[in-house]
Design a protein around this ligand. Structure first.
Ligand code: PMV
Length: 307
């Protein structure tokens, strides 16, 4: 039996724009999804995945691993465990895809480097979702924090050790596929407006990279606020997210924004005390009806836990 784990992720800047060729900054979180795989002889594939209701990513991984890694099995037992709920939108689908590819490669002794793993896992996710940048796949594969351009055209590590972010869940489940589709429709209707906004977001991402490296938390926060204004402008925010974001800022956050595709899911806020967990901003997020998700950034990428 092989056990492999991969981390969840959160996007610090640049969501949506990244789908249109701009950069985003994504960080891996220390909440992990674990996959255990063992071989059987009865020709059946048994999947036990209580926290991963959406089996399409597992099914698509099996098909692609067979085709691209030339893995021929006689039957498999697959079990997944997740230290975080899929409801948060923290990248459990990408994590299960990356971890399962890695586990299958290890079980059948197929050598696979991280870039190849990223490429096949990204194709697997596209197979299911049809559209997406793959930034979540990059976080699950490489870990750490990266500036990333769609499809992995750029995957550049950024040292953000110690970044004091606080993550709040809005309680509303957003749908990535629906929101990415909505923006694709808008892009067709108003290409100039959206191009202008995505270009501006791309500039924010580049400035944020410098600010992060320089540990200039005030600037890091201000740039989150700028990014949020553009996200609101393209229509992917949500009343509840806005309430929590504004509560976090009133409580002293240097900046706050939604994170991911929007329409619900999570927001992030930045405050120097954020790292301690005892912070007025966390309290304000809770008071505004959000749930503080106790995770930290810059986690390790996919790894073999047991073989
Ligand atoms: O909703 P999430 O956390 O899966 O993030 C989606 C991010 C987008 O930029 C909107 C889409 C993508 O594939 O990058």
């Amino acid at each position: 039996m092989i056990t492999v784990s991969a981390p969840g992720k959160i996007i610090l800047y640049g969501e949506h724009a990244v789908v249109y060729g701009r950069s985003c900054i994504v960080t891996a979180l220390n909440c992990r999804l674990t996959v255990s795989v063992s071989e059987t002889e009865d020709g059946r594939v048994i999947v036990r995945s209580p926290n991963c209701k959406d089996r399409r990513f597992i099914n698509s991984t099996l098909l692609i691993a067979e085709k691209e890694l030339n893995i021929k099995h006689k039957g498999l037992n697959i079990e997944t465990k997740c230290s975080f709920s899929g409801k948060y939108g923290l990248g459990s689908s990408a994590a299960v895809t990356v971890a399962l590819h890695k586990a299958l490669a290890a079980l059948y002794k197929v050598a696979i480097d991280k870039k190849t793993l990223f490429d096949i896992a990204y194709r697997t996710v596209l197979n299911v979702q049809g559209r997406g940048s793959g930034c979540d796949v990059a976080a699950a594969t490489f870990g750490g924090t990266h500036r990333f351009v769609t499809g992995g055209r750029i995957i550049r590590p950024i040292d953000t050790d110690g970044i004091p972010i606080i993550i709040g869940y809005s309680g509303i489940k957003g749908s990535t596929v629906e929101l990415v589709g909505r923006i694709a429709k808008k892009f067709k209707e108003e290409p100039e407006k959206l191009n202008r906004i995505f270009k501006a977001i791309g500039k924010i991402v580049k400035e944020a990279e410098e600010a992060l490296i320089g540990r200039d938390w005030k600037r890091v926060g201000t740039l989150m606020n700028f990014n949020q204004e553009y996200l609101r402008d393209i229509g992917v925010s949500h009343e509840k997210l806005e309430t929590i974001i504004s509560a976090a800022k009133k409580a002293g956050a240097y900046g706050a924004k939604l994170s991911g595709s929007g329409g619900g899911d999570c927001m992030i806020a930045l405050h120097p005390d954020g790292i301690s967990g005892k912070c007025a901003v966390s309290e304000a997020i809770r008071k505004a009806g959000g749930e503080v998700v106790d995770v930290s950034p810059n986690a390790e990428g996919v790894r073999i836990e047991k073989s």
